[in-house]
Ligand binder design. Structure first.
Ligand code: 0PR
Length: 365
């Protein structure tokens, strides 16, 4: 195919996509990456962290990106970490590590846990004890789920449907006393909670927290795929394999070839933003959440009081989501909870929130 024709075809396909910048994407946990991330990504397109000895410079940037995240989460000095493709890979890897470490196969987790845990349990042939809870998991319910068979607990810092945080402080104390691993899924909340006023504790400052998933490609504003799994100790050795024909000889993680571009770009975005930059972004998003709440209140539309920049609206969810889609709005849908979910990401501006609520009123009538 001629190059010109090919590019035309590709551009036409791209035109079919929704764009973050026009704010019609209201249910995604991703957003348009920071411009510095886009720029750096393209410069590192050929780098492969599956064979880091070929790309020592890129590896160094990955290490620095990890250091930023470790600092954000108050990781202790002996921590180990791996950059991943996102929350799914981080969660699966954590379950794999703790199964190896404990020789047990039962995971105690909230019913609101992300579906990546279902993937982990199925592929690792582990069993889940799902703990009920209205919007999050209470410590007392978690404790009841633990037994001699428990390999690890899972708590969520910003769950997928409601953005709620489990009672992690008390759960972590319990896990510490009982010598149970505790994995915290902060894939979404990791770049939000530390920047809130009166933020609850969820990270390594709690001695019972063993590992944390956190994604820079969500509220960290980095290009996809940029996830991190941070471990309190060097448990990566438990899953390492000999990697023949790579110069490094060892790999500990699910992927082989993996994008150095994502690491370099995440490093650039995080160090350009800094903690202060992220704080401002979170403040702006939370201000927009307040604006949305006000409009919903004025119109008598029922929602779950948000903790983070995630707002779940109680309604005939499947029908409403479909009718909103017809009007060009893409929201998240959780049929089992009968809610539509809005994620007030940095691209979601006030004027779009106002236009959305006008349409929501119409379809909810
Ligand atoms: N943990 C939590 C708490 C999550 O919310 C998610 C994703 C994951 C883990 C998995 O992360 P990865 O998808 O990066 O592996 N939550 C979003 C969701 O399911 C993912 C998403 C993102 C969905 C963008 C839609 C979308 O447009 O809602």
């Amino acid at each position: 195919m001629e190059k010109k024709e090919l590019i035309e075809e590709i551009e036409k396909a791209r035109e079919k996509d929704f764009r973050f910048k026009d704010s019609h994407i209201l249910g995604s946990m991703c957003t348009s990456p920071h411009p510095i991330g886009k720029k750096i990504y393209s410069k590192f397109i050929e780098t492969n962290l599956g064979d880091p000895e070929l790309f020592p410079g890129t590896k160094e940037l990955e290490r620095k990106a990890i250091e930023f995240v470790a600092k954000l989460l108050h990781a202790p000095s002996g921590y180990a970490a791996s950059m991943t493709s996102g929350g799914t890979e981080s969660n699966i890897t954590a379950m794999w590590i703790f199964r190896e470490a404990s020789n047990k196969n039962v995971v105690v987790l909230p019913k609101h846990a992300h579906f990546s845990f279902e993937k982990a349990l199925r592929m690792l042939k582990m069993k889940g004890v799902y703990i009920k809870g209205k919007y999050n998991m209470a410590a007392k319910d978690f404790k009841k789920g633990v037994s001699k068979e428990t390999c690890c607990g899972v708590a969520i810092a910003g769950n997928t449907t409601y953005g709620y945080i489990d009672e992690i402080e008390e759960i972590a104390d319990f896990c510490y006393d009982e010598h149970i691993f505790l994995h915290v899924d902060a894939a979404f909340g990791g770049f939000v909670i530390p920047f809130l006023k009166n933020a609850p504790k969820f990270d390594f400052s709690l001695k019972g927290v063993s590992s944390i998933s956190i994604d820079a490609h969500k509220m960290g504003l980095s290009p996809i795929p940029a996830g991190f799994l941070i471990l309190r100790e060097n448990w990566l050795d438990l899953i390492k394999v000999r990697s023949k024909c790579t110069h490094t000889r060892w790999q500990a993680g699910l992927l082989g070839t993996r994008p150095g571009a994502a690491a370099a770009a995440a490093y650039a975005v995080m160090h350009h933003m800094g903690m202060e930059g992220y704080k401002k972004v979170v403040e702006k998003c939370m201000d927009n959440v307040e604006y949305l709440k006000r409009l919903l209140d004025e119109n008598g539309i029922e929602y779950v009081p948000p903790r983070l920049n995630v707002v779940a609206i109680k309604c005939d969810a499947e029908r409403i989501a479909m009718e909103l889609k017809r009007r060009g709005w893409m929201v998240g849908l959780d049929e089992s909870e009968n809610v539509i979910r809005l994620v007030i990401m940095p691209h979601v501006k006030k004027k779009f929130i106002a236009a959305f609520v006008e349409d929501l009123k119409k379809v909810m009538r």
